[in-house]
Design a binder for this molecule. Structure first.
Ligand SMILES: [Mn+2]
Length: 429
């Protein structure tokens, strides 16, 4: 059993750092059995790489999804029989395995068939020579062959209908890797999830919906589904999830290492824009002050370092920049996406505005969205500008002034969650 700690899709610094620090805390407190691994839902952002580099911490692993695959359920302890093995030895192996059939491996590791007693009956009746290689004996081939990378979700139904209980598992080249037993489908999934910095399944890593969630640590609105078992749920209206994780270290009587304190500070200053964002609370400042002492570096210098990492607009294509921090919402019968990009040089944004607008139009069509908005935030001056495509019935209602460039000016607006989203929701209403 393995537990993944994971932030939202299109991860930001707070999401990645809170996953990293909470995984470490849960490893220390030892209340979870098995391996605990922090992962990142998709590509690790540049800023996150910078933080891990600066604080000599192993970067969390980027993972596209957490779907359970055939290889995760495969029983690796069951033997694979080599085709050159004398039949009599192969039968002994079969008997000692306690299984009714085992896969046979031929030349180049290829799967050649399943060895099962029923298939061999004719040999016994004919009193055939049992020293022949198992590869020359009758094997059965009717079994459903599974690819190691198949999603269990996709093959489960057909496998359960199949009369066989043993399925050979092969790689893309047809080489045999092992056996999946039908009874594995009835067992609990091999992964569990801890969510940080989000709680809405649609915002989480794909595959999440099929796994048990054992803990949530978050500072967003709650739109969480009912659970089967009790879970740990830590939520508060603070400026960053890393503030909550730091508080949990304190409550557990644990001290983050010097480097982990730096990782947590990075998450706090990234989400609160060094305490300038209106989402900032006294708890964010207090936890950061404690972490600064442990880390030996100031929050301001860490924020400065983070801000120096190339902005998405300068270093990525329009599509990638829009995807780097975008969240999907369903509200009042409308489906929409709100993306946010930090850019301290607005001239870079104006240069890319047309390209961004046409990419947004393409996404409206491709994803059937009612509208999409991009909030470009200048953390240094504390302002944002909004690019809005789609539903004019909504954009007309927004309380912002239009600029000559066709964008909306948002002086003093820094938070998508606390400032933009409520305006969007009331515009829809
Ligand atoms: Mn956050």
């Amino acid at each position: 059993m393995k537990t993944y700690v994971c932030g939202h899709r299109n991860p930001d610094t707070d999401s990645v750092m809170s996953a990293c620090a909470l995984a470490e805390l849960r490893r220390r407190t030892g209340e979870i059995e098995g391996e605990i691994e922090a992962i990142c839902a998709g590509r690790l952002p540049e800023k996150a790489s910078w933080v891990f580099d600066r604080f000599s911490t192993r970067p969390v692993r980027a993972k596209l999804d957490v779907y359970v695959r055939v290889k995760d359920l495969m029983d690796a302890s069951l033997p694979i029989i080599d085709a050159s093995t004398p039949l009599v030895d192969a039968l002994r192996l079969l008997e000692s395995s306690g299984e009714s059939s085992l896969p046979v491996r031929g030349e180049g590791g290829r799967f050649v068939g399943m060895l099962s007693p029923a298939k061999l009956l004719s040999l016994f009746i004919a009193k055939a020579d049992l020293t022949i290689p198992v590869g020359d004996a009758p094997l059965h081939h009717c079994s459903q062959t599974l690819l190691a990378t198949d999603r269990v979700h996709d093959i489960r139904k057909a496998a359960l209908r199949n009369s066989h209980n043993h399925f050979p598992v092969v790689d893309d080249e047809g080489r045999i890797l092992g056996t999946l037993l039908k009874r594995a489908f009835a067992e609990e999934p091999p992964f569990r999830m801890i969510l940080v910095d989000h709680n809405e399944t649609e915002q989480g890593i794909p595959g999440l919906e099929e796994l048990p969630i054992v803990e949530v640590v978050d500072h967003h609105r709650i739109a969480f589904a009912a659970t089967r078992d009790p879970i740990k749920y830590t939520a508060d209206t603070v400026g960053s999830t890393c503030t909550l994780v730091a508080r949990m270290y304190r409550a557990a009587g644990e001290r983050p290492t010097k480097d982990m304190a730096g990782v947590l500070i990075a998450g706090i200053v990234a989400d609160t824009l060094l305490f300038q964002s209106p989402t900032t609370t006294a708890a964010d400042r207090a936890m950061c002050a404690w972490l600064e002492k442990l880390c030996g570096e100031s929050a301001a210098s860490i924020f400065e370092g983070l801000s120096s990492v190339a902005s998405p607009l300068a270093s990525m294509s329009a599509a990638e920049a829009l995807a780097s921090d975008s969240k999907a919402y369903f509200e009042g019968g409308m489906k929409f996406v709100l993306a946010q990009i930090e850019e301290s040089n607005m001239a870079v944004f104006y240069r890319h505005a047309d390209e961004l607008a046409s990419e947004m139009d393409a996404r409206l069509a491709a994803e059937g969205l009612d509208f999409m908005a991009l909030m470009v935030t200048d953390p240094v001056r504390g302002n944002s500008e909004l690019l809005f495509r789609g539903a004019e019935s909504v954009s007309r209602q927004l309380p912002y002034r239009r600029s000559g460039r066709g964008t909306w000016l948002m002086p003093g607006v820094l938070s998508r969650k606390k400032q933009l989203l409520p305006e969007i929701i009331s515009a829809i209403a």
